[in-house]
Design a protein around this ligand. Structure first.
Ligand code: ZN
Length: 436
């Protein structure tokens, strides 16, 4: 009970997540299709992920499950030579492109090209999920050099047909049916920070939590952005009230400080736990209020659900130059950043796991700690192992109305210190657990 729910080898975890990202990086993912399944299968080597298929056309709230997309090849050729080649980088194809084959002039090809004039050497990541079209993404420098008099052979060897959308899920039952939700998106192709970082961290956290006994139940969902979380919510509407805290995780492998985005509620358990851990860890970070764009927190926090789900990232989407470009690659993410993110999320989950209130069994005046071996024997000792300050904070608020997190906030001490103090007091019958 005194231990963390997650034991980790700090020297290894970031490197393991990074190695997993290296294997996932080449796969062409989208909101539907074999790339998502292959990704979930690869992740399942760390901890088994249950895959559920939701058929095309299934209504999910105001939306419906789209067609399934598969792609085998795509290129633009000039004189028999591939000048833009899906096989060299899957960002080259407009994600979810409809099939197409044809020969055309540059003027006819131009409306189907996407590039970044301000970042002329990068390939942009572009999608067209809800309007059926085809296209290619390429460095702006290359686009500008295209010969206006050449003939372009274009192929998009893809299929858009009735199939299914794939949801991935790990459920780890605990003593209580109260749940923690971790959600991360599976739909991005060869992009590392957004979001192989979230996938790798989530599956490793699941494996670590699965190996421990736990009070709460933990649910990890691996879903394509927006439509996937909507589909998951539609399929689980009857039981989502069990979610006591949740976190969307993405963009955690770069070296920027953490950004925690609060749930729409703003004062949910996850909001307090995340803010507390980030503050007491002493790492530079920002805590920001909820806003209605971003990732799947938009669905979990929508008024009809209003779940206490926040989001942890480092750089915020859209605000860093590598965002949604070929520069969000394996050199942009660092094992040490992944380790730190993993540890931070583990610490946040640890707060939720152990959050409770205690009641003093000796509430009239301070109890004598010395006779119970809880007070340092020699005055002036630094770092007294009994940590009497934490003991005094817990005793002062052991009225059943103040939780351990509330006490940690008041004391401005790490939750783990307050939790350890409560356990020491419990061991000598000075406090008892309250039903929270
Ligand atoms: Zn993205």
């Amino acid at each position: 009970m005194a231990e963390s729910i997650i034991e980790m080898d700090k020297t290894r975890i970031g490197a393991e997540i990074y190695a997993l990202m290296e294997r996932l990086y080449p796969i062409c993912r989208s909101i539907t299709g074999p790339g998502v399944r292959e990704t979930l299968t690869l992740l399942s080597a760390v901890h088994p992920i249950k895959q559920t298929e939701i058929p095309t056309g299934t209504p999910v709230f105001d939306w419906e499950i789209p067609k399934e997309w598969s792609i085998r090849d795509a290129y633009i050729k000039v004189g028999g030579t591939r000048i833009v080649d899906f096989k060299s980088h899957n960002l080259h194809v407009l994600n979810y492109s409809a099939p197409f084959s044809g020969t055309m002039s540059l003027a006819e090809l131009e409306p189907h090209l996407h590039s970044l004039p301000d970042q002329p050497d990068l390939i942009p990541y572009r999608t067209s999920y809800y309007a059926e079209r085809w296209g290619f993404c390429l460095p702006h420098r290359q686009r500008q050099a295209l010969d206006p008099n050449a003939t372009y052979d274009v192929l998009v060897d893809s299929t858009l047909e009735d199939g299914a959308l794939t949801l991935g899920e790990i459920y780890l039952p605990g003593a209580s049916t109260d749940e923690i939700l971790i959600s991360t998106h599976t739909c991005h192709p060869s992009l590392c920070n957004d979001n192989l970082s979230g996938l790798g961290i989530a599956v490793h956290l699941a494996a670590a939590i699965a190996a421990r006994s736990r009070r709460l139940s933990y649910r990890f969902v691996f879903v394509p952005g927006t439509i996937g979380s909507l589909a998951w919510l539609a399929a689980n509407e009857a039981t989502v009230s069990r979610i006591k805290a949740g976190l969307v995780i993405t963009g955690l492998g770069d070296e920027a400080p953490f950004t925690y985005k609060k749930s729409r509620r703003g004062d949910a358990l996850i909001d307090r736990a995340a803010a507390h851990v980030l503050k007491t860890d002493g790492t530079p970070h920002k805590v920001i209020d909820y806003y209605p764009y971003g990732y799947d927190e938009r669905q979990y926090c929508s008024p009809g659900f209003n779940l206490g789900v926040g989001r942890l990232s480092r750089n915020v989407h859209g605000t860093f130059p590598q965002y949604h470009t070929s520069a969000d690659n394996l050199s942009f993410v660092k094992p040490a950043a992944l380790t730190q993110a993993y540890e931070t999320i583990a610490a946040i989950l640890n707060v939720a796991e152990h959050e409770r209130s205690v009641l003093s069994l000796n509430p009239k005046g301070e109890p004598r700690l010395g006779k119970r071996g809880l007070y340092r024997q020699v005055a002036g000792q630094a770092n007294a192992p009994t940590d009497e300050y934490a003991l005094l904070w817990v005793l002062a608020y052991a009225d059943g109305a103040h939780s351990l997190l509330t006490i940690a906030e008041k004391a401005d001490m790490p939750f783990t210190r307050i939790k350890a103090a409560a356990e020491r007091l419990q061991a000598v019958d000075l406090v008892r657990d309250c039903a929270t």
